[in-house]
Write a protein that binds this ligand. Structure first.
Ligand SMILES: Nc1ncnc2c1ncn2[C@@H]1O[C@H](COP(=O)(O)OP(=O)(O)OP(=O)(O)O)[C@@H](O)[C@H]1O
Length: 243
């Protein structure tokens, strides 16, 4: 029997009359890369939001992490328990270097002391294979790929057991997406379970062990990526219009 690390049951999020996430249930197994796809506006980011409490929990339903309910807990408590995420838009500090940004993340999100934060910032730089020489220049001077590395490192600096990535490949070139693919596999092999929202299907299909497809807030399909992409309903709702 597999070892569940995340269990979402009937999660629902409404905004006034709009049901952005509609009774979504799924389980993520410890150690896997779990992909989440779906057309624009299908509820993917809202699902991450309600799972992490940033900036809100579910309207209804339950989110369990390591068997314990976390919906209703404050976001910092969820992050410190080991569930960390990135956002589509980086919350970057353009004047600060990567190493300084990571130290701030470690103190703020991870609740670490200054000494521990520096040590973990260096470790996170190393884990995302960031060029050490560029870790001390202002973040505004970093390339698009380096900013992605920094974004992932900012989540890893808290030493999470689950990393939730929201469209990390957006804006990357094909060779950069291949680098990101290798990086995600490497982070996963170090023992981090990954949930990956991604529109770049080549990446999603390459790294995901299982795939969930949302449409209009509800689950359209779930299973092995090869099976999911063959599902005619998925092709019609989503895959047909994309690469
Ligand atoms: N704070 C909010 N208030 C009102 N409606 C919202 C809010 N956040 C999201 N929505 C709506 O909820 C639905 C789901 O949005 P969401 O951003 O989760 O989709 P998504 O699948 O992540 O889309 P994309 O692929 O474009 O990022 C959309 O109709 C969106 O307009």
């Amino acid at each position: 029997m597999s070892d569940p690390i995340i269990d979402v049951r009937d999660a629902t999020k409404t905004f006034g009359g709009l049901t952005a996430v509609d009774r979504v249930s799924f389980t993520v197994t410890r150690g896997e890369i779990f992909g989440i796809a779906g057309p624009n506006g299908s509820g993917k980011s809202t699902l991450f939001n309600l799972m992490t409490g940033i900036p809100y929990g579910p309207t209804n339903g339950e989110v369990r992490f390591n068997g314990e309910r976390i919906d209703g807990r404050p976001p910092h408590a969820i992050a410190r328990s080991g569930l960390c995420r990135t956002f589509q838009k980086d919350a970057e500090f353009p004047d600060l270097s990567a190493i300084e940004t990571l130290q701030i993340s470690a103190v703020y999100s991870g609740g670490q002391s200054a000494g521990q934060a520096l040590e973990n910032a260096r470790r996170a730089i190393d884990r995302v294979q960031f060029d050490e020489a560029r870790a001390h220049m202002p973040s505004s001077e970093l390339s698009v790929y380096e900013k992605k590395q920094l974004m992932i490192a900012s989540a890893l600096v808290s030493e999470p057991s689950v990393l939730m990535l929201d469209e990390p490949a957006s804006g990357l070139t094909k060779p950069e997406i291949e680098r990101l693919d290798a990086l995600l596999v490497d982070v996963n092999k170090s023992g981090v379970t990954i949930l990956l929202i991604e529109h770049v299907l080549s990446l999603l299909l390459s790294v995901s062990e299982r795939l969930l497809v949302l449409n209009q807030g509800a689950i359209l399909a779930e299973g092995l990526p090869a099976d999911v992409v063959r599902d005619p309903a998925v092709a019609e709702a989503y895959l047909g219009g994309r690469d």
